[in-house]
Design a protein around this ligand. Structure first.
Ligand code: TEU
Ligand code: CA
Length: 541
């Protein structure tokens, strides 16, 4: 562990932008690239090093850009290629980097390759996709069968996501070459790397029912690295939604692995009933979270590098999921400590810096996401509407996609027109401007945290030891031969009457209750979060 060579991205922090919902510049109610440019100073000021841009490519927007119909061009809603060029320049001018999301597992059904493949049986693009006469019973992530019949033909095509997202057949070498060329063009264009969407699905062997981490996966990753990701300074993060911690660690930690780091999903499975998928709700047991990260650490200590995240454009808002909207400041800040002090590079999703919360959807008619709409349709008649809605309200992806709340102006300063998804009704209280001037500023806290994290290499090369103070307290020590840092986070909405022993030798580096001294720490307030440093560890050296 102590031998880990420190790379710049270990100290970095990443901010994810979901372009549809970040900032509208031309009053059409849809976020765009000039809008992003106008907000870059906010990110710089937070201490962000890398921006991850969700897809801005041509798309029919069935899955909001994760269904690409032209990998080489920008969707007009977002602007032009020139706007994108300017965005990259403006990011670089501020000393930050920017990576593009890229979806290589599937295209849109409106991609010219797929259109041609459907049109004629002798199309060279037929083999870019997966057509079969005999099919199995694999289910799509977005409900229903993963096979859809080709109109007027006695065959089916495979789509692991929506039926408008046909899977690419990575076993075709021409396809792989085309994809590598596209990636290299974007690197030449100026991107500093990629976030690779569901990249652990590319090695699938569909006839054997193998999808995630399939038999061809490692060979394709090696080829991808040799042809595209060979520059050791690139920032790459793989989305490995179907990989174990061990599998994720094995492909990260570039240059040994293919990617700088990866999103591994095991902590996201803890509030669902085992094996039943994301909609089968279960209360999170904090002990499970601890055990999950303890395991992740034991794996990553040997190999690879982790991407730490609590939310993204597919997940509910962290305050609503793990904390309480009635304690927004304290729950969001304690979560930042609990998650981001662990081993890995912190990823902040837009809105988390102000503790945005889930949207109070009243019915399915207010929702837009294809996954939610399909699930609703699929479940009608199988379970009461009330329980379908309960799942959607807990886990629906639209929560993360409502417009970014910038100010108390109309439409939260996101747009001058009614946006594509409604603005959260509480935007007058929850917005960047109000938060910045608040005594309880979440963005200020995050900024301080990110700065501290950069200053202490123990977050990168320190061992991690969990401490068990109380079932509702998540606490651990990071320790290397130079220093020890302890993080204590309460996940409880109540006071905890507990006296934490042996903390006399520790001093506070950051706390979401700055007026509380370590002596006055009993009882522990709701959603308390603190970062402590051991005093004079080397006083006798
Ligand atoms: O997500 C992949 C994935 O496995 C999920 O987390 C998924 O989005 C879903 O919520 C599971 O219930 C990626 C993208 O992040 C997502 O936005 C896309 O819809 C998906 O791939 C398909 O491209
Ligand atoms: Ca716009």
């Amino acid at each position: 562990m102590a031998t880990r060579e420190i790379k710049w991205w270990h100290r970095a922090s990443v901010y994810q932008i979901y372009p549809l919902s970040f900032q509208d510049s031309n009053g059409d109610g849809i976020g765009d690239i000039p809008g992003i440019i106008s907000r870059l100073d906010h990110l710089k000021n937070l201490g962000v090093d890398v921006i991850w841009l969700s897809p801005v490519f041509q798309s029919p927007m069935k899955d909001n850009g994760y269904d690409v119909s032209d990998y080489r061009d920008v969707h007009p809603w977002f602007g032009t290629k020139n706007d994108l060029k300017k965005l990259i320049e403006e990011v670089h001018r501020r000393g930050m980097k920017i990576i593009s999301d890229i979806v290589l597992n599937h295209t849109s059904d409106q991609h010219p390759w797929f259109i041609d493949a459907l049109k004629r049986v002798d199309s060279p693009y037929r083999d870019y996709y997966i057509f079969r006469k005999k099919i199995n019973d694999i289910q799509s992530v977005f409900s229903g069968p993963a096979w859809t019949k080709v109109p007027h033909r006695d065959e089916y095509y495979f789509h692991f996501f929506a039926k408008e997202q046909p899977d690419l057949n990575w076993q075709n070498p021409n396809l792989r070459k085309e994809l590598y060329a596209i990636l290299n063009e974007w690197l030449a264009f100026g991107f500093d790397g990629f976030r690779l969407d569901v990249i652990d699905l590319i090695g699938k062997d569909i006839d054997k029912g193998l999808i995630g981490h399939g038999p061809f996966y490692h060979a394709f990753l090696k080829e991808l690295k040799d042809n595209v990701l060979k520059d050791a300074n690139l920032f790459t993060v793989g989305e490995l939604s179907g990989s174990s911690a061990e599998q994720a660690a094995a492909v990260t930690g570039a240059p040994e692995g293919t990617f700088s780091m990866a999103f591994q999903f095991s902590h996201l499975w803890l509030d669902e009933q085992l094996g039943k998928g994301k909609w089968a709700l279960k209360r999170l047991d904090l002990l499970d979270l601890k055990n999950t990260f303890e395991h992740l650490h034991s794996v990553y200590e040997k190999q690879g590098w982790n991407a730490l995240f609590m939310g993204n454009h597919d997940q509910p808002r962290p305050v609503s999921r793990y904390g309480s909207k009635y304690h927004r400041y304290h729950s969001q800040t304690m979560l930042q400590l609990a998650f981001y002090g662990q081993l890995g590079t912190p990823f902040i999703y837009q809105g988390e810096e102000i503790g945005m919360v889930n949207y109070p959807f009243k019915s399915i008619n207010e929702m837009k996401d294809v996954e939610s709409l399909n699930y609703y349709q699929d479940q009608l008649g199988k379970q009461p509407v009330r329980s379908i809605m309960q799942s959607l309200l807990a886990k629906g992806r639209d929560h993360a996609r409502t417009p970014m709340q910038w100010s108390s102006k109309s439409y939260a300063g996101f747009s001058t027109k009614k946006p594509w998804l409604p603005v959260h009704p509480q935007y007058r209280f929850i917005n960047v401007e109000t938060d910045a001037h608040s005594k309880h500023s979440i963005q200020q806290f995050l900024k301080q945290f990110l700065r501290l994290r950069k200053q202490h290499d123990v977050f990168i090369n320190g061992k991690l030891k969990f401490r068990s103070f109380h079932p509702s307290i998540y606490a651990y020590i990071r320790e290397n031969d130079k220093e020890s840092i302890m993080i204590i986070s309460s996940f409880s909405s109540r006071k905890i009457s507990l006296k934490i022993e042996d903390i006399q030798d520790w001093e506070v580096l950051l706390s979401n209750h700055p007026t509380l001294t370590l002596q006055s720490l009993t009882p522990i307030p709701p959603y308390f979060g603190v970062m402590l440093k051991k005093r004079n560890k080397h006083a006798n050296d």
